[in-house]
Design a protein. Sequence first.
Length: 131
Amino acid sequence: SPALPSKSGGRGLTKNETIMNKKEETIYKILDIVIEECEVTEDAKITRETMLGKCKRENVCMARCMFVTMLRYMGYSVSTIAAIVHRSEQSVSDILTNDHQYRIKSPAYLIAEAECVVKLKQFFVNKNPFE
């Protein structure tokens, strides 16, 4: 993902820009882990663009639901998640409601979610967020 442009006039990143880059890096890491665990075949390819776009394929919708749920677990607010996934706050609330239905109806969803949680724990255990 491209770095945010520096507001410091070429003097390097400011402290706030560094923090934002770390947050952005973390969000993209979560997104990449969800894509990796939800992608089953080459025919059902999932990309960052399809996840953050308007794609309605079932596998993408399930992966997007998992991504939104992971962000919520990480403590992001519904309004922040809405900005990240380019949806309204109501749409994000609907996606979070769908998570419950996927958990009931889809063993594949539960497996992918468990694998995501394991990878995210490994990522955060091995990472100092203040480096």
